[in-house]
Design a protein around this ligand. Structure first.
Ligand code: G3P
Length: 214
């Protein structure tokens, strides 16, 4: 499973890039707003640090507005991916962009049929939000399993990005379900390699090591 970072924070991205764990980055308007920097400048810097796909989202709601923003964003870097919302206009814009060979990521997917429609429209990636489904008492991982079998049944090349990831369990379950990608918040990712027994083990090894004769 590929790891994307769900952040626009350069320090978080650089830290995980040094470990060779970053296959791509996803952002959304809320994530961009947190950094307090111009959108274009930030996306271009991320695209230089990360060689894989970097999703940048349009905010327009009409097809014309989405396409205008998409062409502008697509000119910023080779590896940029246009993120569009799962709406009728988002699907039309996705279809137009896919016909022109521009990569897209359809976001805010909450049902399997929404994912199926985005795939049929030509989306390169779809982003189902597991955490926000769990928040309302649904099971986000059921959606991932259903999407996985649906796309497999019909041989779609669209990749599933498990989004709205909130926990280590979400990452594990996404991999077990066979998701293509999990996009992980920058602050959550370091908890994936940590375990108290690992730290305790190191501590004990160092205590015992002083008894080894020189
Ligand atoms: O990738 C989408 C993700 O950023 C949404 O996460 O935690 O705001 O539901 P969250």
């Amino acid at each position: 499973m590929k790891f994307f970072l769900d952040t626009a924070n350069l320090a978080q991205i650089e830290r995980i890039v040094r470990l060779g764990l970053v296959d791509g980055v996803t952002t959304n308007p809320s994530i961009i707003a947190k950094e307090g920097r111009p959108f274009k400048e930030l996306i271009q810097e991320i695209c230089k640090i990360v060689k894989g796909p970097v999703s940048a989202e349009v905010v327009g709601l009409t097809v014309d507005e989405m396409l205008k923003e998409a062409y502008e964003i697509a000119s910023w870097a080779e590896n940029v991916v246009i993120k569009l919302p799962m709406t009728e206009n988002g699907l039309e814009a996705t279809h137009r962009l896919s016909q022109e060979g521009i990569k897209t990521n359809v976001t805010l997917i909450f049902t399997a049929v929404q994912g199926l429609m985005a795939a049929k429209a030509g989306a390169t990636y779809i982003s189902p939000f597991v955490g926000r489904l769990d928040d309302i008492g649904a099971n986000g991982m059921d959606l991932i399993r259903n999407l996985k079998s649906m796309l497999h049944n019909y041989n779609f090349s669209t990749e599933i990005i498990v989004a709205s990831v909130r926990s280590i369990q979400h990452v594990e379950q996404a991999a077990i379900a066979g998701a293509d990608i999990a996009t992980i918040p920058g602050a959550l990712l370091p908890s994936l390699w940590k375990h108290p027994l690992t730290d305790k083990g190191i501590e004990q090894f160092l205590i015992d090591w002083v008894n080894v004769p020189a």
